[in-house]
Design a protein around this ligand. Structure first.
Ligand SMILES: [Zn+2]
Ligand SMILES: [Zn+2]
Length: 107
């Protein structure tokens, strides 16, 4: 999956602690051990705003990236990872959080 890192988004904020937390909360996954860029062995330290290189999809997504990959605006080749919507109106600025409710675990 190829995405382009969007520049000038570090000043954007949302209600979450940071965009990495936003990714965890709305992606529903734990933080990965490694940056999802192919062959990268760094830890992801922040949630980056990216767009798919396929221009038919202009949606802005959040993906976890390591520090050095967040500083580039080149096309990044990612392993499959969860793309979380950056659109606050569809995530944390919604009046009601639409997180998938955990199934009651009462066996
Ligand atoms: Zn958020
Ligand atoms: Zn990386």
């Amino acid at each position: 999956m190829k995405v382009r890192n969007l520049e000038g988004t570090s000043d954007l904020n949302c209600k979450c602690e940071n965009w990495l937390q936003h990714w965890v909360d709305y992606g529903g996954y734990k933080l990965p051990q490694l940056c999802p860029v192919k062959n990268c062995r760094e830890k992801p330290v922040l949630g980056a705003h990216v767009q798919k290189t396929d221009l038919s999809d202009q949606t802005v997504y959040i993906v976890p990236l390591c520090d050095s990959h967040n500083k580039t605006d080149v096309v990044l080749d990612l392993y499959e990872t969860t793309l979380v919507l950056a659109d606050k109106r569809k995530t944390c600025d919604k009046p009601v959080k639409l997180l998938v409710p955990k199934k009651p675990d009462n066996r």
